[in-house]
Design a protein around this ligand. Sequence first.
Ligand code: U5P
Length: 547
Amino acid sequence: NQSNSHYSKDDSAGTILGDKASQSHLMASSNGVEGLHVWSSPEGGCKIDIGKQIFCNRSLNMKNILAVGFDMDYTLAQYKPETFESLAYEGTIRKLVYDLGYPQELLEWTFDPKYMVRGLVLDKKRGNILKMDRHKYVKVAYHGFRELSKEDKVGTYGNTLIRDSFDEPDYALIDTLFSLAEAYLFAQLVDYKDNNPGKVPEGADYSHMYKDVRAAVDLCHRDGTLKQMVAKDPKRYINEDTSIVPMFKMLRDSGRSTFLVTNSLWDYTNIVMNFLCASRTLDGSLSCNFDWLQYFDVVITGSAKPGFFQEENRANIFEVEPESGMLLNTDNGTPMPQVGSTSPEVLFKALNKSCRVFQGGNVAHLHKLLSIESSSQVLYVGDHIYGDILRSKKVLGWRTMLVVPELEREVKLLWELRDMRKQLRLLRNERDLVEDQIHHLKWSLKFESFRDDEKQKMTSALGELESQRDQARLAHQQAQRECHQKFHKIWGQLMKTGYQNSRFAHQVERFACLYTSQVSNLSLYSPDKYYRPSEDFMPHEFHILPL
Ligand code: U5P
């Protein structure tokens, strides 16, 4: 049970509290969140399970935040990849076969939801899948499911000039969990084309196949293939999360406005939000109503993010009548006076009148509806760096929190593997030390004068050091591979590529003021919390830390 892990909060490395100590100090969090993720420590202060902490890149004082907004899909609603993404995968294959002329045998293919991870980059032209560090140095590269040799990898991606790109249109970023199925299918098609060149549709090179897959996945999201199935049985596709409602209550009790901005349309949004927020009857079945609207001031559906974040985007905004789903014209968000018998009061007879639901529009409409004067008063929580976070922070100046569900496992593994990682660092230091010694010895032999017997001794010492270095290199490489595979057998740690931050981690660092594994972790902290980042260190400071 994750909630019983006993990590302390005040240290980034994570101190484990003894079972007895922590259990005797367990306390329910004051907001009544189910499952105990917060407890007092014997030393005083509050401890939060490290997998549930909110991490801070940039100072954020919640006292200055007047409105908290949420994305829905993969932020509030965590889909189960093994069912939801499998559905997208199967629907996509059917479209490839029946609409785009791919061979029937694709219908036999299966999806491994664990194979692909976020942060990868697809090289559409070459059929490669890449993992890179923050300098865009490609560290892991596969062609389909075949690993590229080091020579091929360096030959193709080693040139630093190429490193400036890795963006659309030649590359595709796997930066949402929605993209895992299409990345997997792309790798399968690359393999298939290589082994069966005559079988893919004529003229379909790797880029063309990627385009087909992307279009087919997108169609599955739009033509009801996915949404009808989710609507029939949300529990099969979405994780239940009983801590979401207490979080909304906490925010609203603290006087904050709350809003939802989602690209999903009203009918689907209503189904998903109702599933997440609805009270359950004793037998566990859902009572279906619009009660969830009480947790929001404004709901914007069909928002067409990221365009929504641009004020100059002139998208029309319609008011949605929740019960019928009918769209009503508005004058920039203000309802138009109605002619005839239908008064505005009747039109806005949603069960909870305090929340208004819209479709479309742009951020200026939203600010007006919420009476927001400065964009720095808004905190937006999303899961998609490009769709939710980058534009809202960079262009608009909203404060941002990124939800990274993978983080919970990653930080727990970091903690469990701390001895192994320490050993790895020692091996790396040892290798570097021997390399430095070799350099100094070679330098002396070349530029200083010694007696012959001294020279002989030094030369044999050099030989010994060189074999020591080879052993150290090998030991380090083996330990590094072992550690890498503990996180993911192919791609390793989400936030690291070798010893450097991964490109994904770099984006998180730049664009998310806060990041955490689940949206409801917000309720483990005071709504007036002052989030502060840890101190920055340059490499030259590490050896002289003031500890
Ligand atoms: N979606 C697409 N195409 C995709 C991936 C996702 O249309 O390739 C849809 C999802 O089905 C969902 C919406 O309705 O985008 C995500 O919206 P948001 O809640 O993350 O804003």
